[in-house]
Design a protein around this ligand. Structure first.
Ligand SMILES: C[S@@+](CC[C@H](N)C(=O)[O-])C[C@H]1O[C@@H](n2cnc3c(N)ncnc32)[C@H](O)[C@@H]1O
Length: 288
């Protein structure tokens, strides 16, 4: 686990927002709610459905499904990490919500559920943290009932804007070396964050047995003004509790002094500038 983030609950509650201004944080929360509502709509959720939210985290998907079902169905909050389930449980207890749900502490590659037992599987931003996607998708296919739906949303980080694309080489020491290192890191097939895109996901789904999976990439452009603190956070914030931040990843290529100089050059160049970023994500809808 990272030194500045001890578990998933902390990452979801604080760390993921570290480089954002309060306004950007609010926008992100609204966007998460929008993604959640789109997935619920795609799923054609019924009140009596048995629903599984894999990698539920703070319960983004599961809490909404539970609200819509009004206790008439069953929502399974599932996660590999118990701290996430504990915080969902605490929230539900405090809200006085007593029925219509269960907890499942299991990794998505081995869900310990009966085959053909689930009507709807939700998953948001979980495969991106799992190196081997195929076993997880096979397991989802196994637990779904025939006619059941898998509805997911996964960031496609491989085709996002790169740091070097935001920079002017004349102001950055060793620009070409850092560009090469960042390109190399983005092509690492052992890295769960970068080792997939919509094509590989479609392939995984077909191999698992989904006959006509729908995988649609959504590309979002955002503009904002950068400050020095944000740049530092980009480099030191881990993308998950168990993965190294970008600064640490660069240590494979450069010594720390060179990396610190690169960060300083970026801070000097970008401070007060407006940047435009492209982020990509896939909506997945697949029926068994
Ligand atoms: C980025 S968070 C997403 C949380 C939640 N789905 C949401 O949309 O806010 C990733 C979640 O996946 C869970 N996770 C990571 N690896 C997992 C695995 N192998 N099996 C099940 N859950 C996993 C983490 O505990 C965390 O809750």
């Amino acid at each position: 686990m990272s030194e500045i983030c001890k578990n998933w609950s902390q990452w979801l509650g604080e760390t993921r927002f570290a480089a954002l201004t309060p306004e950007m944080r609010e926008q992100t929360i609204r966007w998460l709610e929008l993604v959640r509502d789109i997935l619920i709509q795609f799923s054609d959720l019924k009140q009596t459905d048995t629903v599984l939210d894999i990698g539920t985290g703070t319960g983004l998907m599961a809490m909404k499904a539970l609200e819509l079902q009004e206790g008439k169905g069953k929502v399974i909050f599932s996660d590999k990490f118990q701290d996430c389930l504990d915080s969902c449980k605490e929230f539900l207890e405090q809200a006085g919500i007593k029925q219509g749900y269960e907890f499942l502490n299991a990794p998505c590659e081995d869900l310990k559920l009966d085959s053909n037992s689930i009507d709807k599987v939700f998953m948001r931003s979980v495969l991106v943290h799992i190196r081997e996607k195929q076993p997880a998708i096979n397991e989802i296919f196994r637990v779904l009932k025939p006619g059941g739906k898998y509805c997911a949303f996964e960031p496609i980080i491989r085709s996002n804007t790169k740091y070097y694309e935001l920079l002017d080489p004349q102001y950055i020491n060793n620009f070409e070396d850092f560009k090469k290192a960042e390109t190399d890191m983005g092509n690492d097939l052992m890295d769960s964050l970068f080792n997939f895109d919509d094509e590989t996901l479609r392939h995984n789904l077909v191999v698992a047995g989904f006959s006509v999976p729908d995988v649609q990439v959504q590309s979002v452009e955002s503009k904002y003004v950068v400050n020095r603190d944000m740049v530092e956070k980009w480099f030191i914030t881990p993308p998950s509790p168990d993965q190294p931040p970008t600064k640490e990843r660069f240590l494979k290529y450069f010594d720390e002094a060179k990396i610190n100089q690169y960060i300083l050059d970026i801070q000097n160049y970008l401070d007060g500038r407006e940047i435009q970023l492209k982020t990509n994500a896939a909506f997945i809808i697949a029926t068994k």
